[in-house]
Design a protein around this ligand. Structure first.
Ligand SMILES: Cc1cc2nc3c(=O)[nH]c(=O)nc-3n(C[C@H](O)[C@H](O)[C@H](O)COP(=O)(O)OP(=O)(O)OC[C@H]3O[C@@H](n4cnc5c(N)ncnc54)[C@H](O)[C@@H]3O)c2cc1C
Length: 405
């Protein structure tokens, strides 16, 4: 297949570079990559039939590097912390480039405890995050009540993580779209059917009708739908899975109490299920989220909504007096080991930026830099646990194939 011919168009030409990149997917990951590449002087075309319709438009927007840290995932915790450190500068640059506010909230996060076993679990988390140099401190019931007077009186204290911010994910997506357009990114509102290759080299993206968007680099960032794109190695497609999440948006009525209902993001464990409440500047509360292995099922189920409301009510009784303005369902793009897949994979010129699971909003600035470094030959960061090479190292006899994996 030739680079230019009938049914072929070139990815956006940049003024200063002949390098052209096609990005599949316009969620927060695809757009953050596109913006980084375009501002580095590359010509970028983003292919997506419905930008923002995936998990990025549904998420809560927590930048939860500390409160999502887990003993079994120290490398992922380190990458999350690195990306969190990029966020303040990233948000400022994006707001300047887009002329829009992204809603970065810096009050920090409280993980609340009910019974003694909650306190033990949180004390353990506190010791772990402190041991890897992260800030988190225990605060007792009285101080918790002072900071958040409307929380349930049954709560006995909380772990406070001052560095765990949040961002309004929808404002973020809108700002990235605007910044990309200002930076000259071209948008093709079609579904990509596959990555086109010639001589084991990616030469662009095919869209419906067989048209080719020709490019020297292809970045695949189609979230939970990545595995459905043809031309990707089996090692990648077999490593990905969707994880369904129900999430609610609530707006306080005048009966709910003094506003704002919350000043911090509040997380907790109720009935063995995690629940969180993320306050927005406009008083909206985002209440999440379930985690369900249901394939590509996007139906809104009454039981999941009921569980979320019941658990949130145990933390913040005032939610009884909020208007339920939205029931959302999204698919987290999960991977076999919960870490993203970022780097070169399969044919030459193909770069993966997928599998961000529950932290894709948090990891957007770091992912953009990693992909740009890969394409431009720089090395600002090294995150071995994100590399696609780990996919072929998996003990899976079905994965007998060559290439970079
Ligand atoms: C309920 C819930 C709560 C969450 N909360 C948080 C949180 O608090 N903090 C956090 O950091 N993360 C959170 N996440 C995770 C986060 O939303 C994801 O990790 C992140 O949005 C992934 O971004 P993405 O761009 O890779 O995928 P998506 O946002 O899913 O975007 C994928 C894009 O690809 C497009 N696409 C699909 N198929 C094709 C195709 N064939 N051709 C072209 N384009 C295609 C889609 O239209 C879509 O626009 C949450 C997720 C869920 C579901």
């Amino acid at each position: 297949m030739g680079l230019v011919g009938a049914g072929t168009r070139l990815a956006q030409m940049s003024r200063s570079s002949s390098q052209q990149v096609a990005v599949i997917g316009a969620g927060v990951i695809g757009l953050s990559v596109a913006w980084e590449l375009a501002t580095s002087g590359l010509g970028v075309t983003v292919v997506d039939p419905a930008p923002g319709s995936g998990a990025s438009g549904v998420a809560a927007g927590m930048l939860a590097a500390v409160t999502e840290a887990h003993f079994t995932e120290p490398d992922l915790a380190g990458a999350n912390v690195l990306s969190l450190s990029l966020w303040p500068g990233y948000a400022s640059r994006l707001e300047a480039a887009s002329g829009m506010v992204v809603g970065l909230e810096r009050a920090g996060t409280l993980v609340v405890a009910g019974d003694p076993s909650d306190r033990d679990a949180l004390a353990q988390l506190g010791r772990f995050v402190n041991s890897i140099g992260l800030e988190a401190e225990w605060i007792g019931a009285r101080e918790l009540r002072r900071r958040e007077p409307l929380l349930s009186p049954n709560l006995t204290g909380a772990l406070f993580a001052p560095g765990d911010y949040s961002v309004n994910n929808r404002s973020l997506h809108a700002a990235l779209l605007a910044a990309c357009k200002t930076a000259g990114v071209d948008f093709v509102q079609e579904a990509a059917s596959g990555v086109a290759t010639s001589d084991a080299t990616a030469i662009g993206v095919t869209i419906s009708g067989g048209e080719l968007i020709a490019a020297e680099w292809v970045v695949v960032a189609a979230g939970a739908w990545t595995a459905g794109i043809s031309g990707l190695p089996l090692s990648l497609t077999s490593a990905l899975r969707p994880i369904k999440g129900h999430i609610l948006r609530l707006s306080p009525t005048e009966r709910a109490g003094p506003l704002p209902l919350l000043s911090h993001t509040v997380r907790g464990l109720v009935n063995g299920r995690p629940v969180y409440l993320v306050p927005r500047a406009d008083r909206e509360l985002v209440l999440g989220a379930t985690s369900e292995e249901r394939g590509f099922d996007l139906r809104k189920e009454a039981g999941s909504v009921g569980d979320l409301l019941q658990d949130a009510r145990a933390v913040l009784p005032a939610i009884d007096h909020c208007e339920l303005t939205e029931i959302g369902v999204g698919l987290r793009p999960g991977s076999f080991d919960n870490a993203p897949v970022v780097g070169r994979v399969g044919p030459r010129g193909l770069v993966a930026a997928c599998g961000h699971y529950r932290n894709g909003i948090l990891l957007a600035p770091l992912t953009a830099e990693l992909v740009a470094d890969e394409i431009l030959g720089n090395s600002r960061h090294s995150i071995p646990s994100f590399l696609p090479s780990r996919l072929v190292e998996r003990k899976n006899p079905a994965l007998q194939e060559g290439g970079l994996g």
